[in-house]
Design a protein around this ligand. Structure first.
Ligand code: FAD
Length: 271
């Protein structure tokens, strides 16, 4: 299937693109890697009348910089760039997680900003951003603002972004040298049925695929903070969540995956 007709616009700079989107209104959308949006357009799940192509902004928005304020990743950085970046032990969890995103051709086109804006509840970037307390820097008509990742995701494919707001970069403020993300999908490259992420230093636990947004689990975090075992942490998470049932599995199946994956993530994070 092919998308409904649309008018193509090429962004030349960030301010111009934001002004254009504000002028075109809710019928317009940014396109970055196109790895989610084009599929949705082909299935007619999205029918934007205008597409504003951000790929011309790559020079400006695709860098990875480790600075005193944290690790800053430009919105147009691809998953594959992060996979190959010399991130060191402090941010190894970002690099090591990229292998879970689709297949290589998807990772060479799909972008960090596109993933965050698309806001799939099992998307690895959304989980990592919540796990590591990231801030998302956004340019809108009124200027720049920083949105904590936990406030960005409001529900299934829904974010706190205004229609014209563009993600510029994501900032990971602290090192995470004992963190890991693992997941289960039926076929390699598919979105996860359940994903489990843990940061043992910050005592954070985040699950994907068990709620409409990446879910922090305070009950499991409390077990880590009190020196409990990884199995106790996983059991606390499985008991606390109320996962959905769908064609990919029942709620009990997702609880069972949570038990297994969280222990595995904790063990990987220890290493
Ligand atoms: P696009 O598709 O271009 O855009 C997605 C949405 O974000 C659109 O609404 C667009 O308007 C908006 N947008 C894009 N950039 C910005 C910005 N800078 N500011 C504001 N809004 C913006 N992803 C995973 O996380 N895990 C997976 O396992 C996975 N598997 C996949 C398997 C397949 C077969 C395919 C086709 C895709 C898969 N993906 C997966 C999706 C992939 O990671 C996409 O790259 C990502 O979801 C969207 O990034 P994009 O740059 O392609 O965004």
């Amino acid at each position: 299937m092919k998308p409904a007709p649309f008018t193509y616009h090429r962004a030349r700079d960030v301010e111009g693109a934001v002004a254009l989107l504000a002028e075109l209104g809710e019928d317009a959308k940014y396109i970055a890697g196109g790895q989610s949006l084009v599929a949705m357009m082909n299935f007619r799940l999205a029918r934007p009348a205008h597409l504003v192509d951000l790929t011309g902004l790559r020079g400006e928005l695709s860098s990875i910089r480790n600075e005193s304020g944290g690790l800053r990743i430009g919105a147009l950085t691809t998953h594959h760039q992060v996979e190959n970046a010399p991130l060191g032990q402090d941010f190894a969890v970002l690099r090591d997680t990229m292998k879970w995103i689709g297949h290589l051709p998807i990772r060479t086109r799909g972008t960090v900003g596109g993933s965050l804006a698309h806001s799939d509840a099992t998307a690895e970037w959304c989980l990592l951003a919540v796990l590591l307390g990231a801030e998302v820097v956004v340019q809108g008509s009124g200027g720049l603002r920083r949105v904590p990742a936990e406030d960005l995701f409001l529900g299934f494919f829904t974010t706190a972004l205004e229609p014209e707001e563009m993600i510029i970069e994501v900032v990971f403020p602290r090192a995470a040298s004992h963190a890991a993300l693992t997941e289960y999908a039926e076929r390699r490259g598919d979105f996860a049925i359940v994903a489990a992420a843990v940061d043992l230093d910050a005592k954070r636990v985040v699950l994907g695929g068990v709620a409409p947004v990446p879910l922090r689990v305070p009950e499991a975090e409390a077990v880590l903070a009190n020196g409990g075992t990884f199995a106790e942490c996983a059991e606390a998470a499985a008991t606390a969540i109320d996962p959905p049932a769908d064609g990919n599995g029942s709620a009990d199946y997702r609880r069972a995956l949570t038990r297994t994956l969280l222990v595995r993530a904790c063990a990987e994070a220890m290493q």
